[in-house]
Design a protein around this ligand. Structure first.
Ligand code: SF4
Ligand code: SF4
Length: 164
């Protein structure tokens, strides 16, 4: 499925998702980077050395989720827009998903948007909590979305057409 349409399978995701126990402790990065390509800015962006050194630049990133504190530095450095931070401790009912976003206009905190899954399908509503933008982001902004807890591993994009 991944090779045909770019959508990872459950088996693909199982390789990169943090353990439930780690997710329960707070924000953590997930690199949904499944192709071997010559690319490694995620490694160079991580000050905590939570991303293992690449023996070969074509290697896929390997995040040590125990070292990662979910700072998000790697999210906007990834040219593939493949890294997300998920915080399942945000509240009892909602999780926070921090995702890279390169479209304009940018949403505003408080906006309600249409939450989109990896297949491009709308799966519900999300609330914009924060938008990290500015020159230092170099065009790759980070949008923080509050989503229902059970969608934290589904929502990976959003559309603003549904803004209320
Ligand atoms: S979120 Fe921060 S600590 Fe975690 S892998 Fe990315 S840069 Fe490193
Ligand atoms: S920067 Fe992004 S696309 Fe490049 S290797 Fe890292 S996760 Fe993959």
């Amino acid at each position: 499925m991944l090779a045909e349409n770019g959508v990872p399978t459950i088996e693909d995701l199982a390789q990169v998702l943090p353990a439930p126990e780690r997710l329960a402790r707070g924000p953590v990065a997930i690199a949904e980077c499944f192709q071997e390509i010559p690319c490694d800015p995620c490694y160079h962006s991580c000050l905590r050395r939570a991303i293992a050194p690449f023996a070969d630049i074509n290697e896929r990133p390997r995040i040590d989720h125990e070292k990662c504190n979910g700072c998000g530095l790697c999210v906007n450095r990834c040219p593939g827009l493949a890294i997300f931070v998920v915080d399942q401790t945000y509240s009892d009912s909602e999780a926070l998903v921090k995702l890279p976003y390169e479209f304009l206009p940018l949403p505003k905190p408080g906006d309600i948007v249409s939450a989109i899954n990896r297949s491009g399908a709308a799966v519900g509503e999300a609330r914009v909590v924060k938008v990290q933008s500015g020159k230092q982001m170099d065009g790759t902004n980070i949008v923080w979305l509050a989503v229902p807890q059970d969608l934290s591993m589904e929502v990976r994009h959003f559309k603003m057409e549904e803004v209320r």
